[in-house]
Design a protein around this ligand. Structure first.
Ligand SMILES: Cc1cc2nc3c(=O)[nH]c(=O)nc-3n(C[C@H](O)[C@H](O)[C@H](O)COP(=O)(O)O)c2cc1C
Length: 247
C-alpha cells in the first residue's frame, strides 16, 4: 500500500463517476486501519469508520456511490473538525492507492447501528470511470493564495491547504501568519451558498488542517499546535501553529 500521502494532495480530485465493479473491502479496511496510525494523529477522540454499500445510503446523493465510508464519532466540541482531519487521511490514502473518492456532506446510512455515536461525514469510494488525478496544480479551481492569508511568510506551506477539498468548494479557511506562527481562522463569509453548508465548515477546517500539518511535516518544520477547544464564534482562531524550528 502507498502510505506517502503528501504528493497526492497536489493531484487528487473528486471522482463522481465509477465503474460497475466490486470493491476490494479488504483493501478498504486496510486503508481505514492504516489511517488510524498515520500522522496527523488525533488523540483522545473515539470514532469508527464503517464501510456501507452505496444502496444503503440515504440523503442528498447527486451521483451513485459504490461504497460509502461513514465516520461515527463521540460527542465532542471538535467532533466535526476531527472528523474532517481523520477522513482526509482516508481520502488521500484511497486516492494514492488507485481508488476514486468524493465527500458526501449530506448523505448517511439508512440505519445507524452506532447508538452511542453520531454519523459525522461520508466519503464515497469506487473504481474511477473518469481520470483519478489532476495532471498539474493549475487544474485546481481555487481562490488565489492572497485571498486566504494576510502575509506571504508561509505560502509554500499554505499552498497545500489552498487546494484542499471543501463543501461546495467554499474554501472557508483564512490564515493570519507571522514569521513564527500560523493561525487558522474561518474566512469571512463571502458567498451566499456557504450559508447552506455552514455545519460542514468545521469538516472543511479539519480537512484544511490535515493538509497544513502534512505540509509542515514534509518541510521538516517542528511546531507546537494549540487547538481552540472553546470556539464560540466563527471569528475565533481554530488552531494556532507556533513554529519552533525549521530544520
Ligand atoms: C465536507 C464536504 C462535503 C461535500 N459534499 C459533496 C456532495 O454532497 N456532492 C458532491 O458532488 N461533492 C461534494 N463535495 C466535493 C466538493 O464539491 C469538492 O471537493 C470541491 O468542489 C473541490 O473539488 P475537488 O475535490 O475535485 O478538488 C464535498 C466536499 C466536502 C469537503
Amino acid at each position: 500500500m502507498e502510505i506517502n500521502i503528501y504528493p497526492t494532495i497536489f493531484k487528487r480530485k473528486s471522482v463522481r463517476r465509477y465503474k460497475d465493479l466490486p470493491l476490494d473491502h479488504v483493501l478498504l479496511q486496510e486503508i481505514i486501519n492504516q489511517s488510524k496510525n498515520m500522522y496527523p494523529i488525533v488523540g483522545d477522540f473515539d470514532y469508527e469508520i464503517e464501510i456501507v454499500g452505496g444502496q444503503d445510503l440515504k440523503g442528498y446523493l447527486n451521483f451513485k456511490p459504490p461504497v460509502g465510508l461513514i465516520l461515527y464519532a463521540q460527542n465532542h466540541p471538535l467532533a466535526a473538525f476531527y472528523a474532517g482531519m481523520i477522513m482526509q487521511k482516508v481520502d488521500l490514502l484511497c486516492s494514492a492507492n488507485g481508488l476514486g473518492t468524493c465527500w458526501l456532506g449530506m448523505a448517511t446510512a439508512k440505519s445507524n447501528t452506532h447508538q452511542e455515536m453520531k454519523a459525522m461525514i461520508t466519503l464515497s469510494v469506487g473504481i474511477a470511470d473518469e481520470s483519478l488525478h489532476r495532471d498539474d496544480i493549475t487544474q485546481f479551481r481555487r481562490l488565489d493564495i492572497t485571498q486566504i492569508r494576510d502575509f506571504p511568510y508561509w505560502d509554500q506551506i499554505l499552498e497545500a491547504v489552498r487546494i484542499a477539498p471543501s463543501a461546495t468548494n467554499g474554501q472557508p479557511w483564512y490564515f493570519k501568519v507571522q514569521e513564527d506562527s500560523i493561525a487558522m481562522t474561518f474566512r469571512k463569509r463571502l458567498d451566499v451558498k456557504d450559508i447552506f453548508v455552514s455545519h460542514l465548515r468545521w469538516i472543511d477546517a479539519g480537512i484544511g488542517c490535515c493538509h497544513l500539518l502534512l505540509a509542515l511535516q514534509e518541510q521538516e518544520i517542528t511546531y507546537t499546535m494549540r487547538l481552540n477547544h472553546k470556539i464560540e464564534s466563527e471569528n475565533d482562531t481554530i488552531c494556532l501553529i507556533d513554529i519552533n524550528r525549521v530544520l
